[in-house]
Design a protein around this ligand. Sequence first.
Ligand code: ADP
Ligand code: MG
Length: 332
Amino acid sequence: MGSITLQKVSKSFGDANVITSIDLDIEDGEFVVFVGPSGCGKSTLLRLIAGLEDVSGGAIIIDGKDATGKAPSARGLAMVFQSYALYPHMSVRNNIAFPLKMAGVGKQEIDRKVEDAARILNLGNYLDRKPGQLSGGQRQRVAIGRAIVRQPSAFLFDEPLSNLDAALRANMRLEISELHQQLKTTMIYVTHDQVEAMTMADKIVVLNQGRIEHVGSPLELYRNPRNIFVGGFIGSPKMNIIKGAPAARYGANTIGVRPEHLGLSMQNGDWKGNVIVGEHLGADTFLQVNVGGVGTLTARAGGEFPARPGDTVFLSPDKSNIHKFDENGLAT
Ligand code: ADP
Ligand code: MG
């Protein structure tokens, strides 16, 4: 079982408040992603849950029991770090087996658990190698294997894929999602990458400056971001944010329109602009369009859209997909 509840959890380092009064419920078996910009407190929050840092206030409940003062080893959680943290002089087998040896588990049981984990992670052929003889993705799989053999009630991942190149990252994303489907164990996954959050999470927790901005499923956050920060953070390319007179026309202090919700025409539309750049990605073309009095907007066009820098285009926000925000940046 791996339900985790945070009650008014706070953390300060000296007089710097890094985490401010966080309340959160994580259900057993959920895949929860903490996402937010660098420095917003994601790692600190994860380390508080793991017990690697002491809270300054509030409580952490694991499986219905107060774990706030417990040692990390008594919490039944396993953490996987960006840096892998493998022992370079030990084989893959011994790296994976390490926590079991420390716990005094018998050799036969260790062998069985290590081999199970190696099978799940496709590491069977690498058990006798040293970490230095593995690729980055394989090393991270060893680190995950070392977590799996402990049969934790929850896995805590801190940016585990950030050291990998883009293609491998996309691969490992799928592997971790599959692992979750297979093990059905609670996972808390920290990342600054909203694509990882959108593609992996059952539930996304958007953090900013030590506070929760929004909790919801990926599509809830995409469709109904609670404020401008969440609107701008979730979705790629970013939501266009338009303030002042052009937004007043749509009955709001500020409006947000995603690039995919800006209609494009060469003939007519709400806003006339000049193409500055066209980024051709194959399936899509993203246009940067300078609209007088509005600013530079990103619009998504089809892959073969013929606009070139300097061309005049017309943009019209899709009326049913305009996000309206008040003067405090909150969705109305
Ligand atoms: P993230 O993981 O979101 O990038 P962190 O949780 O690592 O952010 O850090 C949040 C803030 O807390 C940062 O401003 C960081 O400098 C500060 N911080 C983290 N750990 C410590 C520490 N041990 N002592 C002092 N400040 C810290
Ligand atoms: Mg971090």
